[in-house]
Design a protein around this ligand. Structure first.
Ligand code: SF4
Length: 421
């Protein structure tokens, strides 16, 4: 969690082993209709998401309800399968470098323009190499047996501790169930492990002999955390883990998560729409809008210098705990569009205060604007992207667009654009 020195991205800014390397992840849910329930469309819940999670790191995943955050969490644990893309588990540095190079090779053929076109030899070779790497490292290529072992290392804590716990089971059985399923230890050893886990989350060993209804909301969430810890995981998806709790209880639960992370070098994906909490706990933040990543950066960088108009609007809504200070709130017009029919080009163009003519026509690529700070917005697109659209060029150094003024600069990385991590 925050406080741990952490770098991110690719290349020069990266350090520490990569635990999960998420690449071009897509999840489309079919829409069925008609007499024979034929597939008549797709809900694009997750639409080409890429990011990395390093060992011991907390990545915050933020965005409005329905942006695909929870679906990403489920895809990372393979609770559901992806439509396309991969989650590479512990890829070697060499494999990560090859993945990046191969994807760069394939990028011109992955859009609608390249679909169906025959691949040149180099791209075909990249595709085959990527396939080989996926066989070795992708969660989606693991057998049922391999996934069973991996599930012990990849865990989840859900938002609602009330529905996560069976009311008929003693806490001993709730926490001990994963140990029993994985045939860990004898019955007595399992009971001792449950009691130890209860102590680690700030409860008493005697609580093992009670039922879930005998606990408060905060205590139940601690029990859920103890259950997630039972098999000594290395990664936990925390899906709005404190949203249902009072503020004081939230702080206690976050403190426990922080301590456990330090003790066991856990990695977290912290999914939340509470930006203040995300800021407090995350090393790095990924912002999603309508199934896509629109910005990601180290926490201080993102909160101190947000680039994407959507991120700026989200951050402007955070209350300032000082009555003398005032921040101009950016009110976004309209509702979030349906992921079944997302707007063309930049999905955010229907609500963006800085929209330009190019925005509804061309997808802004996710590019590195500063070391480790990635943004998908034409305000920061390099000339080679903007040049493909006539009349899109902005006056040099100007950010005045459609009457709106957006802080920041519109320069891409001096080293040229880099593909999404
Ligand atoms: Fe706004 Fe255009 Fe940037 Fe999208 S690409 S966020 S519409 S300025």
């Amino acid at each position: 969690m925050a406080g741990t020195p952490m770098s991110e991205g690719t290349g020069s800014t990266e350090s520490g082993p990569v635990l999960l390397d998420v690449r071009n992840l897509r999840k489309y849910f079919p829409i069925r209709g008609g007499l024979f329930s034929a597939r008549i469309g797709n809900v694009r819940a997750v639409d080409g998401v890429s990011f990395r999670i390093h060992e011991g790191e907390t990545v915050g995943l933020v965005g409005e309800s329905g942006c695909g955050k929870t679906t990403v969490g489920r895809l990372l644990l393979r609770i559901i399968d992806a439509t396309s893309g991969h989650v590479f588990y512990r890829p070697t540095p060499e494999a990560s470098a090859r993945i990046e190079q191969d994807l760069r090779e394939l990028a011109p053929f992955s859009g609608p323009d390249g679909e169906g076109a025959p691949l040149p030899a180099t791209a075909q070779q990249a595709l085959e190499e990527l396939d080989g790497i996926a066989d070795e490292f992708s969660l989606y290529r693991k057998s049922r047996h391999e996934m069973r072992e991996l599930r012990a290392r990849l865990q989840v804590v859900f938002q609602d501790p009330f529905s996560s716990l069976s009311p008929r089971l003693l806490i001993r059985d709730v926490i001990g169930e994963p140990l029993e399923i994985q045939h860990v230890g004898t019955r007595q050893e399992r009971i001792e492990r449950v009691q130890q886990l209860l102590q680690e989350v700030g409860l008493s060993p005697e609580h093992a002999w009670r039922f879930p209804h005998e606990f408060s909301g905060g205590q139940r969430q601690r029990i859920c955390i103890a259950r997630a810890l039972a098999l000594r995981p290395e990664f936990i998806v925390l899906d709005e883990p404190t949203s249902a709790l009072d503020v004081s209880v939230q702080a206690q639960v976050l403190g426990i998560l922080q301590k456990l992370q330090q003790d066991y070098r856990l990695s977290y994906l912290f999914i939340s729409h509470h930006l203040s909490v995300v800021r407090a706990v995350s090393d790095r933040v990924v912002v999603m809008y309508l199934g896509r990543v629109v910005e990601q950066a180290l926490t201080d960088e993102l909160f101190g210098r947000p680039l994407h108009p959507y991120t700026q609007a989200l951050l402007s809504a955070i209350p300032i705990p000082d009555p003398k200070l005032h921040r101009e709130r950016i009110i976004l017009s309209g509702d979030v569009p349906s992921p079944a029919a997302p707007p063309s080009g930049c999905h955010f163009h229907t609500r963006c205060p800085a929209v330009m003519p190019i925005c509804s026509k061309v997808d802004p690529p996710l590019l590195e604007n500063r070391p480790g700070h990635w943004v998908a917005c034409h305000l920061y697109s390099p000339p080679e992207v903007l040049g493909s659209f006539e009349g899109a060029a902005l006056p040099e150094g100007s950010m005045e667009v459609s009457g709106a003024s957006v802080p920041g600069t519109a320069t891409a990385s001096a080293a040229g654009p880099r593909l999404a991590p």
